[in-house]
Design a protein around this ligand. Structure first.
Ligand code: GDP
Length: 195
């Protein structure tokens, strides 16, 4: 589906470092520990591809991967670290804002939500930012293997309720487990259909 290699391209710390907008781009955002690296690894079929993003020094960068011949996969730093220094957070938010509102080939943001916990206030913050930047975003629920059906349905209802308030939200949710492989093909297919 994504012909060609999946490769780490570069880590970007300023708008001037962004690669040319010559490919369709999708980005992944989520609270730290939500399972973003695991999901990206499962999606690309390459173990450890997203490890680059988690190495010290790369965690505050916008990390670019080439996905096949036609896409960029962008790994945004995890947010919601309890003790992140405020000046770093401010710098990062400014870059994020500029990136989201200025990147014309960005077709969709995937906002990762832990299927056990639902949407938290830090997730709402990024969703509000995506609304103002008019970037369509889709929620991907992670670690679905960790919850029972009844609990899952409760979280799904919470997520749907909260998304109703966000004009940029794409209504369909994708339920995934990187551990079991659930939902990965769906996510891959969604990315492949974006133009
Ligand atoms: P990140 O900080 O968002 O990149 O999160 P990681 O991908 O490093 O995952 C955080 C923790 O959750 C790790 O211990 C993973 O093994 C675990 N994890 C991630 N995805 C899944 C999943 O689908 N199922 C289960 N059971 N655990 C997961």
């Amino acid at each position: 589906m994504f012909a060609g290699p999946v490769e780490f391209l570069k880590g970007v710390v300023a708008m001037s470092g962004l690669p040319a907008s010559d490919r369709i781009e999708v980005c992944f955002a989520g609270r730290s520990n939500v399972g973003k690296s695991s999901l990206i690894n499962a999606l690309t079929g390459r173990k450890a591809i997203a490890r680059a993003s988690n190495t010290p020094g790369r965690t505050q960068e916008i990390n670019y991967f080439t996905l096949g011949e036609n896409h960029y996969l962008v790994d945004l730093p995890g947010y919601g670290y309890a003790n992140a220094p405020l000046d770093k957070v401010a710098t990062w938010q400014a870059l994020l804002k500029r990136y989201l509102s200025g990147r014309q080939n960005l077709r969709r943001a995937f906002v990762l939500i832990d299927a056990r916990h639902g949407i938290k206030s830090v997730d709402e913050e990024i969703m509000t930012l995506l609304d103002s930047a008019a970037v369509t975003f889709q929620c991907v629920l992670t670690k679905a293997d960790k919850i029972k059906a009844a609990e899952r349905d409760k979280v799904l209802a919470q997520v749907r309720g909260k998304l109703a308030a966000h004009p940029a939200a794409f209504p369909e949710l994708i339920l995934t487990s990187s551990e079991k492989g659930d939902g990965i093909a769906t996510l891959r297919a969604v990315i492949a259909t974006l133009e």
